[in-house]
Design a protein around this ligand. Sequence first.
Ligand code: G1P
Length: 305
Amino acid sequence: MDITKAIIPAAGLGTRFLPYTKAVPKEMLPLLNKPALQYIIEEGLASDIKQFYIITSRGKHAIEDYFDTNPCLEQMLKDRNKESSIASINKITRNAQFTYIRQSEPQGLGHAISLARHTIGKEYFGVFLPDDIIAGKQAGLAQLMRIARQEKASVIAVQEVPQDCVSSYGVIAVKKQITPNLFQVSHLVEKPDKKDAPSNLAIIGRYVLSHKIFPAIDDISSYATDEIQLTDGISQMMKHNEKVFAYKIQGTRYDIGNPIGWLKATIGFAMQDPNYAPHIRQYISELDTMQSFMYDNTKNIVHNV
Ligand code: G1P
């Protein structure tokens, strides 16, 4: 099973990050010195994905510029002997191909994915939701690809979440537990009430899907009254005998679609980097002490989370 293509829906407005996202795509938020989307592309390359189909919308040009070459900048850095500062992005522009597809109106994740259907033949492909950053020893999507090849089927990443949080996610119902981390799925429910959730195994933003998802999305689109959910498309695909598995992905997952998750990711990545970790550790240990001149815990910063 060759899996070399991935679709990345990046058309969302990023309302949880306004006003920042008024002019800058949320996918371009920095995690240390790289935009968040670069971590996704690096995970893709580490999973042997070569072609990325990014679904964008108005105001997302910074993404296209970033993943393109910039000969003037490269020459200037070469002249100053500073080429290494853009080495990580140059590696991407040399090894990956990018195609951009516009979603003119927000009509849901299922709709966004279906816009790239002409790029996918009769094959399996990856999906990355860029709000979910997965850090760990093995690339997140590569873990799903291994299962997809083993089971010859579609695979969804899941994570156990507290029961109180299930209504923020798509949730799986388990048909059969195969190993401690692998499940065959019987159906999926998008953002259920706590009382209706079939499990606490929440879908996180990595999928390996069969091309059969596209006719399934067409089926549900014909009667959808609101956004076209990918979760409903996957459930529909299962009705047409495509098996779906769920794998408890190994690694740390950050939801960077909101400021708290993004801050945690920033600190988490900094703590993994020997250049930053000692500074962050020292800063955090000083925060609540008399020595700290940067923090007055009698004052609150007023902000909207
Ligand atoms: C989307 C999916 C949902 C999934 C979540 C993971 O929801 O629809 O099934 O659990 O991503 O982050 P969103 O967070 O875009 O509303």
